[in-house]
Ligand binder design. Structure first.
Ligand code: NDP
Ligand code: 8X3
Length: 248
């Protein structure tokens, strides 16, 4: 049995797929999310999993959960900061302030809390690995991305900056910045409007959660002296839309 991978947002999408692939590779899994039943079902299915029902926005919950890890799950070697969300696609004028706050609290503060809480365990391992799930939205603007894209720009620069701080510790840091991927992301963004969510992926071939999980595994399997700083992965069917010019 390998050491432990700590994955936030393991109840669906990328997080769940990463939990499955790393479990198959022999890692013990710590699966964190708010939906208890999903975590329980995942743990039952893949085995060797400790579940944490917690909200990454809640600093105390996250630190306590890490403090209280059972001894056999304290050998954390991999942290995947994946939990995150976009809420709404209205422009900044019409965006709801509560949604903007939730994105900052989840995508920025959540990543900070989990990283700080888990880091002492990664440092002990001597062979740690931090994955931060960013987005193409962290580099490329689009209408309605405002706070979501900015929160992912935070993830990008945070990833690079902590690499500097962690040099000499053996810890590798990779930001994975995907483009369009079919998960529950759009259900969440459109607040349960399944028809609208489905349209995002209609008549095209988006990335699948399993593809992102494979990228994670490929990075881990690079020799330890190689640090992949950033993986930006877009669907073959996706490119940039160009710059917008207003015409009179
Ligand atoms: P999903 O909606 O399928 O999964 C999101 C996961 O995050 C769920 O497991 C959810 O668990 C968890 N989560 C959300 N908020 C919280 C919270 N406050 N506390 C704990 N867990 C939370 O979407 P994806 O798999 O697509 O998203 C994963 C990451 O990938 C996100 O950071 C997203 O921004 C990013 N991303 C997604 C892309 C896409 O097109 N799908 C592209 C680029 C990046 P629960 O609700 O049970 O708490
Ligand atoms: C998710 C991809 O293009 O909807 O980060 O922002 S996008």
């Amino acid at each position: 049995m390998k050491k432990t991978a700590f994955i936030t947002g393991a109840t669906s999408g990328f997080g769940e797929a990463i939990a499955r692939i790393l479990s198959k590779e022999g890692y013990k899994i710590i699966a964190l999310g708010r939906r208890k039943e999903r975590l329980e079902n995942l743990a039952k299915e893949i085995g060797n999993t400790h579940i944490i029902v917690a909200d990454v926005r809640n600093k105390d919950e996250i630190f306590k959960a890490v403090e209280n890890l059972p001894s056999e799950y304290r050998d954390v070697e991999i942290l995947v900061n994946n939990a995150g969300l976009a809420l709404g696609l209205d422009g900044i004028k019409d965006a709801q302030i509560e949604d903007l706050e939730t994105m900052v609290d989840t995508n920025i503060k959540g990543v900070i809390y989990t990283t700080k809480a888990v880091l002492p365990l990664l440092l002990q391992s001597g062979n740690g690995y931090i994955f931060n799930i960013g987005s193409t939205a962290g580099a490329w603007p689009y209408p309605g991305s405002h706070v979501y894209g900015a929160s992912k720009a935070f993830v990008k620069q945070f990833s690079r900056n902590i690499r500097n701080d962690l040099i000499g510790t053996g810890i590798r840091v990779t930001e994975i910045a995907p483009g369009i991927c079919e998960t529950e992301f759009s259900d969440v963004r459109f607040k349960g409007d399944k028809e609208r969510a489905k349209k995002v992926y209609e008549n095209t071939d988006p990335i699948k959660a399993e593809d992102i999980a494979r990228i994670v595994l490929n990075c881990i399997n690079m020799p330890h002296h190689v640090n992949i700083n950033i993986v930006e992965a877009m669907a073959t069917a996706q490119t940039w839309a160009g710059l917008h010019v207003e015409k009179r």
